[in-house]
Ligand binder design. Structure first.
Ligand SMILES: Cc1ncc(COP(=O)(O)O)c(C=O)c1O
Length: 432
């Protein structure tokens, strides 16, 4: 390929300069800033299908998919039509609307939840589920797992993954110690540690919250029926299990991982690229929310008609054929990446949960956050930049999942297949 993109992306660089003057760090969500891979974050101006175009009009095959939501690719005609139709009728009413009922029905039909409340972000979903679990049990303590990220909820910003892991941040200043005093952080996939915590604090633990499959320290699936064991342990002690499916929900299968739990949280795909999220569970639990019950939760824009229209159009396109295609695409990509890295002699471990996967630059095995942190982040940065120069947009952090979309074409797969061997060589040169 002769026309490699050079490191200077002048239009993005200029926008980044402007942004840094008026926006903290120049970005509205930390991982976007490219801090762990270095260089100038690309400012994207449009997307179509599996391609993104930056401010310098460079085209990239998108393997981030807006961090998961764009399972159908960019500007899918069904989503855009639903959105423009809805917008023509008005953007927000502050009343119940038909669209939110239909979206809730679709979620209930696809997942284990009987009743669902719509919110605006995954953070809001987990925050609200946590409040409900505490309200329902009358207990305060919560168990979370190191490296799992549930949004920037105060009490869950302890040993969090995603941007906190990417930037190597200690737990965030500004979170009152009283808040995290009720958070017990344990290693992921360690059921013995969970049993010990219940043995010591059993009657004070309101809930365990876990990602349905970890995706925010890189992808690490639960081992040995981890979710099932968590459910049993919770129920032996009168606690609830919250399965966070913000990332996995409607992505890895029609509903999500959908292991047995009391409360579930959703986001990303169900908003079709607009801000929509949800939490749900058994009717008896959900009815404890206001206005039926005493646990308060609300939102000016919750169930927004545009977000519901985009979400519903997206879910309706997510058929069995789409999931089969996503699985096949992910399998092919994993194979291509692994072959290129093996040929270049780069230590790596591909880890997946359905069509969500990541490539750890370490020998492995990778079962928890400590294992994930052993990876060679410098090797990943070199790999990332070589892919970027060759027109492939990977997550700008080795602690994130690669997200495929159903819009990936053969042409795009060829671009990726050509880019991988030189990127693997770059990783080999940078490896420590
Ligand atoms: C598993 C999980 N839970 C919660 C969140 C928070 O969602 P949001 O960024 O929409 O607040 C995320 C975001 O990446 C997530 O992956």
């Amino acid at each position: 390929m002769s026309d490699l993109y050079d490191e200077q992306a002048p239009a993005s660089a200029e926008l980044f300069d402007r942004a840094r003057r008026v926006v903290p760090g120049g970005v509205n969500s930390p991982v976007r800033a490219f801090r762990s891979v270095g260089g100038t974050p690309r400012f994207m101006v449009r997307g179509t299908g599996c391609f993104l175009y930056d401010a310098d009009d460079r085209r990239y095959v998108d393997l981030v998919s807006s961090w998961g939501p764009l399972i159908l690719g960019h500007a899918h005609p069904a989503v855009i039509t639903a959105l423009t139709d809805a917008a023509a009728h008005g953007t927000s009413f502050g009343t119940p609307t038909p669209g939110e009922v239909t979206l809730a029905e679709e979620i209930v039909a696809r997942t284990p939840v009987e009743s669902v409340r719509l919110v605006n972000s995954g953070t809001e979903a987990t925050m609200s589920a946590l409040r409900l679990a505490r309200g329902a049990t009358g207990r305060d303590k919560v168990i979370k797992f190191a490296g799992c990220y549930h949004g920037h909820v105060d009490g869950l910003l302890a040993a969090a993954g995603s941007g906190v892991a990417t930037l190597g941040l200690p737990d965030s200043p500004g979170v009152p110690s009283g808040t995290t005093a009720d958070t017990i952080v344990l290693p992921y996939n360690d059921i013995a540690a969970v049993r010990e915590a219940f043995a010591s604090h059993g009657d004070a633990i309101a809930c365990v919250i876990t990602e349905a499959a970890a995706g925010n320290m890189g992808v690490i699936p639960g081992r040995n029926d981890f979710n099932k064991a968590l459910y049993e342990e919770c129920h032996a002690h009168g606690a609830l299990l919250i399965l966070d499916e913000v990332m996995t929900g409607f992505r890895v299968a029609a509903g999500g991982v959908a292991d047995r739990a009391d409360l579930y949280t959703y986001g990303k795909v169900m908003g079709g690229g607009l801000p929509a999220a949800a939490f749900g569970g058994r009717t008896d639990l959900m009815e404890q929310l206001a206005p039926s019950g005493p646990v308060y939760q609300a939102g000016t824009l919750s169930g927004n008609p545009l977000a519901c229209a985009a979400g519903l159009a997206t879910l309706r396109q997510c058929t069995d054929e789409v999931y089969t295609r996503l699985d096949e695409t992910a399998a092919r990509l994993k194979q291509l990446a692994s072959e290129a890295l093996t040929r270049a002699g780069v230590k790596h471990r591909v880890s997946s949960a359905g069509n969500m996967f990541s490539v750890f630059f370490t020998e492995g095995p990778v079962n928890d956050y400590d294992d994930a942190r052993r990876q060679d982040t410098a090797a990943y940065a070199a790999f990332f930049h070589e892919m970027l120069r060759r027109g492939v947009y990977l997550p700008p952090s080795s602690f994130e999942a690669w997200f495929v979309s159903a819009a990936l074409t053969d042409e795009a797969m060829d671009v990726i297949a050509e880019a991988l061997p030189p990127a693997a060589e770059a990783a080999a040169s940078a490896a420590s």
